[in-house]
Design a binder for this molecule. Sequence first.
Ligand code: NAD
Length: 392
Amino acid sequence: MVVKPKIRGFICTTAHPEGCKAIVGEQIEYVKNKGKISGPQKVLVIGASMGYGLASRISAAYGCGASTIGVIFDKQGSESKPASAGWYNTAAFEEFAHKDSLYAKTINGDAFSREIKEETIALIKKDLGKVDMVVYSLAAPRRTTSDGTVYSSVLKTTGKEFTNKTIDVKTGAVSEVTISPATEQEIFATVKVMGGEDWKEWIGALKAADAIEDGAVTVAYSYIGPELTHPIYKDGSIGRAKAHLAETAKEITKSISGVSAYVSVNKALVTQSSSAIPIVPLYISILYKIMKEMGIHEGCIEQMYRMFAEKLYGGSVVTDEEGLIRMDDWEMRGDVQNKISEIWNNISDDTIGECADLDGYRTDFNRLFGFDAEGVDYEADTDTAAGIESLA
Ligand code: NAD
């Protein structure tokens, strides 16, 4: 079928198989051109199909030559209905990896569940013996715990309401939005979904099954951002979950012998999950403009390659005084943030065109779903039923 984007709010309900393949291919080429990293050899990536998780898998495989097992939660397509973008990304990644003689297998299911943990561990034991790195890159709206309770995360403030500027990315209209504070129950639920509990369960289960090497590294991802987004992010309900994630890293390192756990604070980028956060898309489109002008803009693959090459496996692990890996080092530079503050105060419908990179934002959003890739004929029929080799 011919696949066109169908955008509903901050989600696109279609995805283009060849476009996704082209974009995965571009990321692989980027890493191949950067050169080899002396790093992990057997890597489990939880949340491997999109955004930072996919870029981590590509960096591990093509940067370090690692065998990778990816856990994804995606929908297969049919001849009349496209799959989810993560499905096509994973199908493409495996196809490239297998051609390049790299081991790559995938488990498709809810990473929060006990069944998927057991299935993944059985695969590790059968094919790899043990893993030496675990990347935890889930961004999920909800989690069902083993007792059947469903927790939903919210993107709200804590304490009091917060009003600030936001953007309708589709129309470019700048307006004000007021975000209400989360209840204690909502904060609790957000921590359950996006905090560190499940990460620790994974590492504990791997350890109990003797499926993780002594000296293994595990990393999960976080965000801090500048003061202007603190009420909705760092000090908001999601920030509580991220604080829990950072505490969990310390707990894992202390309580699970032989494993070093880190949280990497990554740059704000357009992904499926960040586009759902109020205010943040306006901040990101200004950030893109400034960082591109300064020649220091990075996407997920540039961030993750640099994390592997320079912060995790460049010799010793590079962290700040709180033990966090700072991949937001360039985003948080004083010169970048000063320019953003100036623009932020004056941004309106009239100035948006010159002050923000809205086109760049939109292109990156479209590319999440395989649209706007170079060299792809979007008028041509495409095979929407493409399968993932290891799941065939
Ligand atoms: P994303 O939406 O691009 O990717 C999330 C991945 O998790 C997808 O592959 C999705 O399929 C998978 N997933 C979700 N629920 C799952 C489940 N139940 N089982 C298995 N897989 C599941 O998101 P992202 O932006 O790459 O976020 C990844 C991590 O990076 C998150 O912790 C996020 O907070 C963090 N982060 C994001 C940004 C940003 O600006 N995007 C910045 C810093 C940190």
